[in-house]
Every structure is written in structure tokens, then in C-alpha cells.
Write a protein that binds this ligand. Structure first.
Ligand SMILES: [Zn+2]
Length: 129
């Protein structure tokens, strides 16, 4: 975001979720980072990082036939972002267990807002995390 707004940034900001020394871009952080890939796998989504972000999302949607894929995606991505921010602002190392607990809590809240059949589906995702 800072680069897009032409702020001067001295050093490349590296991803804090992995040890690959990859530049922290949205594509890396949310889709191709080893940490994120592990998170996506936990909820049954695998992103082919050779595809464009849109193509990868379309392929992911084929695997999760839920009308609430967008909400599930948003919760998972939001919690990846929170793991990153927890390190940046609080120096707390990101862990998959922390991501799982945050994601479970948010998915449980989502489960209260959807019809019973979807609630059951969301509960099954939570139970498999
Ligand atoms: Zn990374």
C-alpha cells in the first residue's frame, strides 16, 4: 500500500510469516506463503500459485461448494493478516495453532448467522481444524 502511494521505503519488507525472505506482497502473504498454504490446506483449499489470483480462487471455489465460500475465505485470510500484525505490532510469533483458534472462533460466529445446513457444514470445518 505504501509503495502504491509512492511513499519512500528504504528496505524491502520481508514476510514475517515464513523464513523464505520473500517480499511481503498480498499474493505472497495470503496465497503463496508457506504459513498461509498450511492454513488453507487446513480448511480444504489449495492454491496453485502458478495461476493468477482470480484463477486460483476459481479453482478453490470448485473444491468448496458452499455459498459462503467468500465468508470462509475472508475469515481465513483475515486471521492470516492478524497473525502477521500480531508479530509486527506485538512481537508475538505467528503460529498455526493461534491461527486455528482465531479462525475457529470466527467461524463459530459465522455459524450462528447462516441456515442450519450451512451451519452444519461450518461446524464440520471447525471440527476438522
Ligand atoms: Zn511468507
Amino acid at each position: 500500500m505504501l509503495k502504491r502511494r509512492h511513499y519512500h521505503i528504504d528496505d524491502i519488507e520481508y514476510c514475517v510469516l515464513c523464513t523464505t525472505q520473500e517480499e511481503e506482497t498480498i499474493d505472497h502473504l495470503i496465497f503463496s506463503c508457506q504459513f498461509s498454504q498450511h492454513c488453507w490446506a487446513k480448511i480444504g483449499i489449495s492454491y496453485n500459485t502458478n495461476n493468477s489470483r482470480i484463477e486460483a480462487t476459481i479453482r478453490a471455489k470448485e473444491k468448496i461448494s458452499s455459498s459462503h465460500l467468500f465468508e470462509i475465505f475472508t475469515i481465513a485470510a483475515w486471521n492470516i493478516w492478524k497473525e502477521r500484525n500480531n508479530y509486527i505490532f506485538n512481537l508475538i510469533n505467528p503460529t498455526h495453532n493461534s491461527w486455528i483458534e482465531r479462525t475457529k472462533a470466527d467461524l463459530n460466529w459465522l455459524g450462528y448467522r447462516v441456515p442450519t445446513d450451512l451451519s452444519d457444514y461450518i461446524t464440520s470445518i471447525v471440527n476438522n481444524l
